[in-house]
Write a protein that binds this ligand. Structure first.
Ligand SMILES: Cc1ncc(COP(=O)(O)O)c(C=O)c1O
Length: 371
């Protein structure tokens, strides 16, 4: 039986055509015209003024947090159930990450959890949309506005998703994306920052490019990084963006099929197809085992691997990360929903290159394993 990987990208549009344009013209660095075009088209698609392409989603978060000019001791609220990039961006800016738990069913932090964590030191809130459903952003944005708190939106996992008919990635003062190969559009590695704020945009453009200055190029007033996206990556990104609507439709088709096939499977919590605010876009098809089931997620992942099926565990919460504990962060924190999800949750093959027949096989094998 052929191995079914947890993700496969789909590169069937204009990717080759645009890449060949780069090769023919010699524009392979970040100076090429596709970077500008990709930034403009991506920003336009999200109704934003500025798009700043970067080398990956982690770099996007780092530039975004850096652009807020936080002071040591400023607090940034962030979910514990997320990728480490969210927290490292905060720590690198010498600010303090304040963690909040997530909802057991949507996997997203709730307005209640986030608003309770606000103190007089809160300078920013990081909204991270998890696994294909959006955070209920409006109550958070409303309070943040009143209290002069920045909203940083991490939309890496929900490209193409709408929250109350508005684009995710269009909600934050600054919003970030990843274009890693498992995202809804990919550039291999890559990322994007979107904002309507001219000052934030200028800061991000500068910090992604070593803070070179226009007239006195090699004289630097600030620390920056080389987080530039190449023309080659942007060429792929533009071709992918052209297909985004179809990609989103296809992801929903795979998600629906899994749900139909797994609905009667015992000991398994399936992802929510829709909430009051959005329809799941199934960045991943994440399932959670019952607490009293005899195996945990990592044991099931091994069993699936033995049947030639790839799957991945859920996030390991930030408050339990050894590296942060060693640094003195989050010492006695407990966030029960995130802790449970990290033990019991895993996700199944659901990439753009995943076939419907793959979904059928995965669902059948998983059901047999859980029965
Ligand atoms: C929510 C979220 N933010 C940021 C990132 C980091 O993106 P990258 O891998 O491009 O650095 C990821 C990666 O999957 C992610 O899921």
């Amino acid at each position: 039986m052929k191995f079914i990987p947890v993700n496969q990208p789909l590169l069937n549009g204009n990717e080759k055509l645009y890449l060949n344009e780069c090769l023919d013209s010699g524009w392979i660095s970040s100076e090429g015209p596709f970077v500008d075009e990709f930034e403009k088209e991506f920003a336009k698609r999200h109704g934003r003024k500025h798009g700043i392409a970067v080398s990956n989603g982690t770099a996007a978060l780092q530039c975004a947090i850096d652009s807020l000019d936080l002071k040591p001791g400023d607090e940034v609220i962030v979910p514990t159930f997320t990728i480490i990039s969210c927290v490292t961006a905060i720590i690198q800016a010498k600010a303090i990450p304040v963690l909040v738990d997530c909802d057991a069913n949507t996997f997203n932090s709730t307005p209640e959890q986030i608003l309770l964590a606000i103190t007089s030191k809160t300078k920013a809130i990081m909204l991270v949309h998890i696994y294909g459903l959006p955070v209920d952003a409006d109550p958070i944005i409303e309070t943040a506005k009143k209290k002069d708190i920045f909203v940083v939106e991490d939309a890496a996992e929900v490209i193409g998703l709408k929250y109350k008919n508005r684009n995710c990635g269009g909600l934050g003062d600054i919003s970030t994306f990843s274009f890693y190969a498992n995202k809804h559009i990919t550039t291999g590695e890559g990322g994007m920052i979107l904002t309507d704020d001219d000052k934030i945009a200028k800061n991000c453009r500068s910090s992604r490019n070593l803070c070179f200055q226009k007239d006195i190029r090699f004289v630097h007033e600030r620390i920056g990084w080389n987080f530039r996206m190449t023309n080659l990556q942007a060429a792929i990104g533009l071709a992918q963006l052209e297909q985004l609507d179809d990609f989103v439709k296809f992801k929903r088709k795979l998600g629906k099929k899994y749900t139909e096939l797994l609905n009667s499977c015992p000991n398994l919590q399936l992802p929510i197809p829709e909430t009051e605010f959005a329809q799941n876009v199934y960045w991943v098809y994440g399932v959670v085992l019952s607490d009293d089931f005899k195996f945990n997620a990592s044991q099931i992942i091994t069993k699936l691997r033995n049947k030639n099926i790839g799957s991945r565990p859920f996030f390991h919460p930030m408050h339990l990360q050894p590296v942060f504990r060693k640094m003195g962060f989050f010492k006695s924190e407990v966030h029960p929903n995130s802790e449970r999800l990290s033990k019991q949750g895993f996700y199944l093959p659901c990439g753009l290159g995943t076939k419907e027949s793959d979904v059928s096989r995965v669902a059948k094998v998983l059901c047999q394993t859980l029965n």
